[in-house]
Design a protein around this ligand. Structure first.
Ligand code: F6P
Length: 320
């Protein structure tokens, strides 16, 4: 292969720049040129493309976001848009495409592969909700960013003897909320994947905490669980504790990537280029038992990921 393309699509995630750097530098070492597709698949449809030489990715690993911009491209769901994207690849002599993102990104890569464009997906999302991979780029940074915010919230909650209800991102998945809740020592974590008895697991726990001298609480609510405002109101009505709601929102997607996200971005970016060089197509790079492997995209899309049960139990069965 002589030329490949790289794009980032869907929600951005810290570490995407490390992937881009690894793709460009690995390709350069193998005599392959790289085109950067801007704004995800819409860059392919609209021809928004730049050349990426080894020097053009200097120092990007430590930066949050993605230097290629990102988008959720509705046109890729139409036959016309898809064909335009495939035609651009053929016209530009793109022998392989690396697509960084989540499930939606992989569906685009699958469709393009079927039209003859060899594609390799890389899991990049703060949600860590890709079934085939134990890790998705951006998750560790997002956990640490949320944790940093919650540590600050705890200071003021403790001073005022309040309860802080914190909504954490994750779309339909609770991985981010569970990890963050565990790391910050939350009184309760509300997740879409696990039903709880609100009265026993939240209210009673808080009452018990008060008896035992706990003067403040952090309650983590995954965005997929339901309204965090309703949770805050219920807590206030049932306990009388002064309660404040904080929605962390997009702050969780920003910031300089942690070493884990830079390293994983590098490993996965490297693996994707090697996969293309070996003539592979329609694959997703994934982390399994600590190793970076690749699997068929269709198989990847059919897999789901449950919460880490050990973590869930370790967090929910501790005494207040
Ligand atoms: O998938 C990443 C994510 O940040 C989710 O956690 C969240 O639900 C969603 O993207 C937000 O999307 P947008 O940036 O389009 O508002």
């Amino acid at each position: 292969i002589r030329r490949i393309g790289v794009l980032t699509s869907g929600g951005d995630a810290p570490g995407m720049n490390a992937v881009i750097r690894a793709v460009v530098r690995t390709a350069a070492a193998h005599g392959i040129s790289v085109l950067g597709i801007r704004r995800g698949y819409s860059g392919l449809i609209n021809g928004d493309i730049i050349e990426l030489a080894a020097r053009s990715v200097d120092g990007i690993s430590r930066k949050g976001g993605t230097m290629l911009y990102t988008a959720r491209c509705k046109e890729m769901l139409t036959e016309e848009g898809l064909q335009k994207a495939a035609d651009t690849c053929k016209y530009l002599g793109i022998d392989g495409l690396i697509c960084v993102g989540g499930d939606g990104t992989f569906r685009g890569a699958l469709a393009l592969s079927r039209l003859g464009v060899p594609c390799i997906g890389i899991p990049g999302t703060i949600d860590n909700d890709i079934g085939c991979s134990e890790y998705t780029i951006g998750f560790d940074t997002a956990c640490n960013t949320a944790l940093d915010c919650i540590d600050k919230l705890r200071d003021t909650m403790q001073s005022h003897e309040r309860c802080s209800v914190v909504e954490v991102m994750g779309r339909h998945a609770g991985h981010l909320a569970l990890n963050v809740g565990c790391a910050c020592g939350a009184t309760a974590i509300l997740l879409p994947e696990r039903e709880i008895d609100f009265e026993t697991d939240v209210i009673e726990k808080m009452r018990m905490g008060r008896i035992k001298g706990r003067n403040h609480h952090i309650i983590i609510v995954a965005e997929g669980y339901g309204s965090a405002q309703v949770v805050a109101d219920r807590i206030h009505d049932a306990t009388g504790i002064d309660t404040r709601l904080t929605i962390l929102g997009h702050i969780q997607r920003g910031g300089s990537p942690t070493s884990q996200d830079r390293v994983m971005g590098t490993r996965m970016g490297y693996a994707a280029v090697i996969a293309l060089e070996e003539g592979k197509s329609k694959r997703v790079v994934a982390l399994r038992s600590g190793s970076v492997i690749d699997i068929d995209i269709e198989e990847a899309l059919s897999q789901t990921k449950d919460l880490n049960q050990c973590l869930f139990e370790a967090q929910t069965t501790v005494a207040i």
